[in-house]
Design a protein around this ligand. Structure first.
Ligand SMILES: [Zn+2]
Length: 295
């Protein structure tokens, strides 16, 4: 039997979909973007209900839900989010409406349960449909000293990366390939906190773009998939400028396909873009291998 709050959420979903249908019918917002907005709002609403018995603290732009065992670190997590807010918003040229929801999970098992993962999953943060879930630094920073936890969390923690995913999602209204959001999140992370994920030890070939969207998580070399995403965004930025990356997101947010956005902003087809990337990045890849061979 369903509990009253499940019925409440379902009721809200139906209302949102009806409201969405009316607005789509009047032609104000493209249906796909409208569906994204409805899913986004419903997911945030659902997570708020799901964590309604958790403790809560707020800042100017975030609302943080946490468990009593994380009372000591809740403030530093929230401060870290506020520190990321303005620089990330300026780089992405986007400020979300209202406060973004952060959920601080006390341990890996609690975070893994939300996604049906095993507790051995190493993610320290996950962005999904308007909600940023974070693994408590008490789980992975091996220090009892709050100042040390704060230093480590702000230098290698997941906040900037996950918050960038939220900004990309809002700006492009859910209409973007996975490689683009992973590349932009790593680009912003490197710009703002100087953190970069370790590059793969060896690259024998790049993945085709077509495999780097829905199939991203099942690509056999995850290190390569993330690294290639960053190299793709670096290539976009170096060849066309950061403004073009933002314009791509805007066009996608207006309902363009990636193909249309590429032609419009980069003046090349997606296939041409991929061929150009492969040519340019192959030189980089061969350069890396040559350099590695010297040692
Ligand atoms: Zn990511």
């Amino acid at each position: 039997m369903q509990s009253w709050w499940q019925l409440f959420i379902q009721g809200c979903l139906i209302l949102l979909l009806i409201a969405g249908g009316v607005v789509a019918w009047t032609g104000e917002v493209p249906p796909r973007q409208l569906a994204h907005r409805a899913i986004y709002r419903s997911a945030v609403m659902y997570t708020s209900w799901q964590t309604r018995n958790w403790l809560e603290t707020e800042s100017a732009h975030f609302c943080l839900r946490y468990r009593p065992e994380d009372s000591e670190v809740a403030r530093l997590v929230l401060d870290n989010a506020e520190a990321a807010y303005l620089p990330a918003a300026e780089l992405l040229q986007y400020r979300p409406k209202g406060k973004s929801l952060l959920v601080l999970h006390p341990d890996r098992a609690s975070l893994a349960r939300e996604f049906g993962w095993t507790a051995s999953e190493s993610a320290m943060g996950v962005y999904w449909n308007g909600v940023i879930r974070l693994l408590s630094p008490q789980d992975w920073v091996y220090s009892q000293d709050l100042e040390e936890i704060k230093r480590v969390f702000s230098s290698i923690g997941p906040m900037v990366h996950e918050y960038t995913h939220l900004l990309v999602d809002c700006k492009a209204r859910g209409n973007y390939p996975r490689w683009l959001t992973e590349g932009i999140a790593q680009y912003v992370e490197r710009q703002l906190i100087g953190f970069t994920m370790p590059a793969p030890a060896e690259i024998t070939a790049w993945y085709p773009l077509a495999r780097m969207d829905r199939g991203f998580d099942s690509l056999p070399d995850q290190s390569l998939a993330y690294y290639q995403s960053l190299v793709l965004v670096d290539y976009l930025e170096q060849r066309w400028g950061w403004e073009a990356v933002l314009q791509l997101l805007e066009r996608l947010g207006q309902g363009d396909s990636l193909e249309q956005a590429c032609r419009q902003i980069l003046s090349v087809s997606l296939q041409e873009f991929e061929a150009m990337f492969n040519k340019a990045a192959d030189l980089e890849r061969q350069g890396r291998q040559k350099a590695a061979a010297c040692f």
